[in-house]
Design a protein around this ligand. Structure first.
Ligand code: NAP
Length: 284
């Protein structure tokens, strides 16, 4: 891993240098263990402590199959699905891995006694599998979290409707909270040059979720002049929803829980901001 990191941090490493770098046999990853899946049974949600279920451990590097890429991860992010996974709510994510494993010989690799979680990454491509033409070792990338098979026509208009649609690092293994991740190459996008690794890794899941829900023609199809009520408007999804509303000529109505969060919304350009604590708002 040290050689890989040095190559990434040096300005003059070429694609051929990355292709020539040895991929290690194992890597450090943030994992859940299958034997722990029942550890919080009977406890209230708030008492379930992710620090007790998450472990940093060495795991074998998976081999990239057709259409897949192995990426050296420089930064990742913590999402709500990382929280759900780590407290085994509403179900253990090992159920997802078992189901995915029944699909094919290739997906069987995901059904393991450990689950490397994490659904965002910024990093550098190390290896690609057969059939990958658009990406090569050395490419600086970010990965979105939508994993689809697209073997049936159901998902061709809207990939979220693919019967085998999954969230990478939640419903699949080999996620982003690790030194190396395995993704489908169609999850990759170029890393924006002006962003740091951390800045590039943070927005993917929340940004694309807010875009789909609000802007996409498969979502709300937001248009100019729409009034958009945004709960948790200073959070991950909420702050992107606020920016999409503003950039799209809609009127965001931002609900937050403190003056500090209200200020975050105003700094993004929102005028209508409700502090639900100060104004006694109740959800539903
Ligand atoms: N289905 C999907 O594809 C998908 C993808 C991503 C996320 N999600 C879900 O979307 C939600 C937001 O995710 P996120 O990453 O944006 O989380 P986040 O950054 O933590 O933001 C959540 C916001 O919710 C607000 N909140 C907390 N408790 C609340 C309450 N009792 N009533 C009203 N608002 C409350 C908080 O803002 P205030 O304190 O200011 O109210 C907080 O900023 C999560 O439930 C997550 O699981 C779904």
């Amino acid at each position: 891993m040290k050689d890989i990191l040095e190559a990434i941090l040096s300005d003059d490493a070429a694609a051929s240098d990355f292709a020539a770098l040895a991929v290690p046999e194992s890597y450090r990853a943030c994992v859940l263990r299958k034997e722990d899946a029942g550890m919080f049974e009977g406890m209230a949600t708030a008492e379930k402590d992710p620090r007790k279920s998450l472990h940093l451990q060495e795991v074998p590097v998976p081999h990239p199959g057709p259409g897949e890429a192995l990426v050296a991860v420089m930064a990742s992010s913590v999402n709500y699905n990382s929280v759900w996974s780590s407290i085994f709510e509403p179900v253990s994510t090992f159920n997802f891995l078992e189901r995915y494993g029944r699909l094919s010989e290739l997906t069987k690799r995901h059904d393991l006694p450990y689950h490397v979680i994490g659904s965002d990454l910024a990093g550098v491509v190390l290896r690609t599998g057969p059939g990958v033409n658009s990406w090569k070792p050395g490419d600086e990338v970010v990965a979105h979290c939508l994993s689809v098979e697209l073997e049936s026509s159901d998902g061709h208009n809207d990939t979220m409707l693919d019967p085998e649609q999954r969230i990478w690092g939640f419903e699949t293994n080999f996620g982003g909270l690790a030194e190396i991740a395995l993704v489908k190459s169609n999850q990759l996008m170029p890393k924006p040059n002006h962003l740091s690794w951390e800045e590039a890794a943070a927005p993917g899941l929340v940004n694309s979720t807010a875009y789909r829900q609000l802007v996409s023609r498969n979502g709300a199809g937001m248009k100019q002049g729409d009034n958009v009520l945004i709960w948790g408007a200073s959070g991950g999804l909420g702050s992107y929803a606020t920016q999409f509303a503003l950039a799209g000529g809609a009127n965001p109505v931002c609900v937050v829980s403190s003056p500090e969060k209200a200020e975050i919304c105003r700094r993004m350009g929102a005028d209508a901001v409700i502090d639900r604590n100060a104004e006694g708002y109740r959800f539903w």
